[in-house]
Design a protein around this ligand. Structure first.
Ligand code: CA
Length: 485
């Protein structure tokens, strides 16, 4: 029954398109007919989404880190559109991946994802999850990769899902070869499609569990990076200057206090080597896609689930709201009809839900809050929102526009105000300057408005704020936790 609806739906789309075309006659339309399979093969693109784990927004050579060796993903960036301001909205837990991946596959904001108090009544319905929405539009869906600390209920809705997150939930514990396994399986999937004459377009969701720690790359990628030659970030600090409310969460224990240049450089070298290993195997997938004849009809999306501090501001986790912190992620989209270039539009990962649905000609369920960025990809719009709000538990909130950014720490009654046009690393806090009082007040109002519209009911001010003084534990060596996130 559902298949029949799909066919009708496709015919509707075909008819809409033909209304605007004069070169085809009605007879031509009849010849093409209402065969959904033919229509999909002809008109609707494949979707290949590569969604990595803990990938910084500058985590490719082409995204602003000249040290990184990432030729395959750079090629993708050179042929499509790079979004320099893509974010995951927020997290109510230290494992930022969990709400991030849930927002991606549901299109809902962090306080309205399934299970949240303000979720809509259909939020838990698997038919509203992205794989089912795309499948209902006539797609073959396939997932491989990360499963834990994500949205297992959503991942299970792919027609086929191969779990490989190398964290003990599967036999696959060899992290150094996880991207190789992902590429091998994806290549087999593409070949099987060809062999079976599959005519439906595909929606592939590859979720490599890298460059998340523990950072194990094969030796040939480790050799690419000499830790001694890796410069420290301009925002490197031995210790974060105050208690941001989450100073000793798991990720922050992955480096000694105070942070040292030597350890920070080594951790960055390991991070880079994982990214180069990922890039090599992505290149293998690209080759297979070209060999299958599907390259020109495939929209490829590269993104990360959350950002990561790597010594920036004395932090090593994703539990903070700096630009080189937890919420800012990379996003590159390339494919047929997509304009080449860079966009500074404020985008959330949840926007990919309606964007993919639009690529696929799928219906968008009620309750989806993400906004399609297809108009930006086609050069018809430059933005879909004016402000960008992010949040972490009850201890951090931020709001930014094209120039100004406010980070509010409600539990310690502290503000940071940065002029990002001259201070991209957020080093010069202007919040206490007398001539910036009205700017802080205005940004606070904008922040409260965004919070209200996203069902974020946490207070921005509390009656008994804590001290903001923080003294690092006297640990001499990094604490390596037993379980990955
Ligand atoms: Ca992650």
């Amino acid at each position: 029954m559902e298949h029949k609806i799909v066919k009708t739906h496709k015919c509707f789309y075909l008819a809409l398109d033909f209304k605007n075309m004069t070169v085809f006659s009605l007879a031509g339309l009849a010849l093409i007919g209402c065969n959904a399979t033919q229509a999909q093969a002809r008109k609707y693109p494949n979707i290949l989404h590569i969604h990595t784990d803990d990938h910084r927004p500058d985590g490719l050579h082409s995204l602003g880190n000249p040290l990184l060796i990432t030729p395959n993903l750079d090629l993708l960036a050179s042929t499509g559109m790079t979004f320099t301001h893509c974010y995951t909205m927020g997290s109510n837990v230290g494992a930022v991946s969990t709400p991030s991946r849930t927002m991606l596959l549901t299109g809902r904001s962090w306080k309205r994802i399934p299970g949240a108090p303000d979720a809509t009544s259909n939020a838990n319905d698997p038919k509203t999850f992205l794989p089912r929405v795309i499948e209902a539009a006539g797609y073959q869906t396939w997932h491989m990769g990360k499963y834990g600390n994500g949205f297992p209920k959503g991942v299970k809705e792919f027609a086929k899902s191969i779990i490989d997150d190398a964290n003990g939930q599967t036999p696959a514990t060899d992290r150094a070869h996880c991207t190789q396994r992902l590429a091998d399986s994806t290549i087999v999937f593409l070949k099987d499609r060809e062999a079976s004459n599959e005519t439906r377009p595909f929606y592939i969701y590859i979720a490599p569990p890298v460059p998340h720690d523990p950072r194990s790359a094969e030796p040939q990628y480790q050799k690419l990076y000499d830790p001694a030659k890796i410069p420290l970030s301009p925002s490197f600090m031995p210790v974060h200057p105050f208690n941001n409310g989450e100073m000793t969460v798991r990720d922050e224990t992955l480096a000694p206090w105070p942070r040292t240049p030597e350890d920070t450089k080594q951790q960055n070298a390991d991070y880079y080597s994982c990214i180069s290993g990922l890039d090599y195997n992505i290149g293998r997938i690209f080759e297979a896609l070209k060999a299958s004849g599907q390259w020109d009809n495939t929209i490829i999306i590269f993104s990360g689930d959350n950002g990561l501090s790597m010594g920036d501001h004395g932090l090593f986790g994703k539990q903070n709201l700096y630009e080189f912190g937890g919420m800012h992620v990379p996003l590159v989209i390339a494919g047929p009809g997509i304009v080449k270039g860079k966009s500074e539009a404020f985008v959330y990962l949840m926007d990919l839900f309606p964007t993919f649905a639009e690529f696929a000609g799928a219906s968008i369920p009620s309750g989806v809050e993400g906004k399609s960025i297809v108009p930006i990809l086609k050069g018809k719009k430059t933005k879909v929102r004016d402000l960008l709000y992010t949040a972490y538990r009850s201890c951090q909130r931020s709001i930014r526009d094209d120039r100004w950014k406010l980070i509010r720490y409600p539990l310690i009654n502290r503000n940071q105000l940065f002029d990002l046009s001259v201070d991209p690393y957020e080093l010069n806090n202007l919040a206490e300057k007398p001539n910036k009082k009205s700017k802080v007040a205005k940004m606070m109002t904008l922040l409260q408005n965004e919070m209200t519209s996203h069902a974020d009911k946490d207070p921005l001010t509390i009656s008994n704020p804590r001290s903001d003084v923080w003294t690092p534990p006297t640990t001499k060596t990094p604490i390596v936790p037993s379980k990955n996130k």
